[in-house]
Design a protein around this ligand. Structure first.
Ligand SMILES: [Zn+2]
Length: 76
């Protein structure tokens, strides 16, 4: 079930989406289609450019880590 109160938390008073990580106001109004946005993450929501680049770093590191662990477990 979608929590509407939680969704509304990430919208500024003047109708702009907030970054779901740092809650800064983004350049996108809530009625802008997802396909027309940058820095939007499926399943997470709108991010600001700063958090988006941070999230990419994290996923890159995680990918590296999981590959490392996989090779480690294969050896054993
Ligand atoms: Zn942010």
């Amino acid at each position: 079930m979608v929590d509407e109160n939680n969704l509304e938390k990430y919208v500024s008073e003047d109708g702009f989406d907030l970054c779901v990580m740092c809650e800064i106001k983004t350049e996108y109004k809530t009625d802008i289609a997802i396909e027309e946005r940058s820095f939007y993450v499926d399943g997470a929501g709108q991010l600001c450019p700063k958090c988006y680049s941070g999230a990419e770093d994290i996923s890159r590191e995680y990918d590296y880590l999981s590959k490392y662990l996989n090779s480690f477990y294969k050896i054993r």
